[in-house]
Design a binder for this molecule. Structure first.
Ligand SMILES: [Fe+2]
Length: 276
């Protein structure tokens, strides 16, 4: 099972640029083309929040148009630039999976269960699962403790060292850690928000932040550094569920020189020096 992770696409209305600089739609278009060209194709695409820049129905419509060519299920959760209601209005098929106004749902269709969590706090940049979200996760994991699970949210529950992002983290990370402590079948956790590929452990499980296909939050570990972004090489996470674990690859979007063979027709490594 192969999962492609899109995150923080920040789609805007046509003719406008994110932060006056980034044509985010072009980057999403390239990311979609990249996913379509992967062999094997991912079984599913998760979208860990900030689909839109301003939670505007026109932005969701544009996101849907830009991703319409993806033949596999697309599983979004909201980020702080979206809202739960805005996302559910734009994705009625996701609303049908949710019980109430929060975008909390479980996907049972694959060997790895996907637990999608809504970490948004309306009108605020930081995240919170809330009692409802934590109880949902605990119930979901308790329903089939024998099935491996992968959990997704928008906000990181751990510090990255990028101060202006860290202050917007998940405020109830301790609650998430406690729930994970009950259920050892959780093989991994991923999120977005920081627009960078980041890896750590959280509650003893592998935890990643997926990189964004457009602008990256600057890698500024100086606590005094102002909030800025860089246009780094676009990429996305590919999570491969194999041999009982989740292996996360970073897949760079764009054309790169290669593939070059290692070995020639004689079976020897190309360029092996002749020895006398
Ligand atoms: Fe974002």
């Amino acid at each position: 099972m192969l999962i492609a992770q899109l995150t923080d696409t920040h789609i805007r209305r046509p003719g406008t640029l994110a932060y006056g600089v980034v044509d985010t739609a072009l980057y999403l278009e390239a990311a979609v083309a990249h996913i379509l060209a992967l062999a094997p194709r991912p079984d599913v695409v998760i979208v860990t929040g900030d689909l839109t820049d301003f939670d505007d129905p026109a932005e969701y419509a544009r996101f849907r148009a830009l991703t319409a060519a993806l033949p596999m299920p697309l599983l979004p959760i909201p980020g702080n630039h979206d809202s739960s209601a805005g996302l559910l209005a734009a994705f009625p098929e996701i609303a049908a999976r949710c019980d109430g106004g929060r975008v909390n749902y479980v996907v049972e269709d694959f060997p790895l269960r996907l637990v999608m969590l809504d970490s948004t706090v309306y009108g605020c940049p930081h995240g919170q699962l809330g009692e409802e979200g934590l109880a949902f996760l605990d119930r979901a994991l308790g329903a089939t403790p024998g099935r491996p699970a992968f959990v997704c949210a928008h906000h990181p529950p751990f510090l990255t060292g990028i101060r202006h992002m860290d202050v917007q983290n998940l405020s109830d990370a301790a609650g998430l850690e406690e729930v994970f402590g009950h259920w050892p079948q959780v093989l991994g956790f991923t999120c977005g928000h920081v627009h960078r590929a980041v890896t750590t452990t959280f509650a003893g499980i592998a935890a990643t932040i997926g990189p964004a296909p457009a602008h990256a939050v600057s890698l500024a570990l100086d606590p005094q550094a102002p909030p800025t972004f860089h246009m780094e090489p676009p990429s996305l996470s590919l999570h491969l569920f194999t041999d009982g674990r989740v292996v996360t690859h970073r897949s760079f979007i764009g054309a790169y020189d290669g593939p070059h063979p290692f070995f020639g027709p004689d079976g020897k490594a190309i360029g092996t020096p002749e020895r006398a």
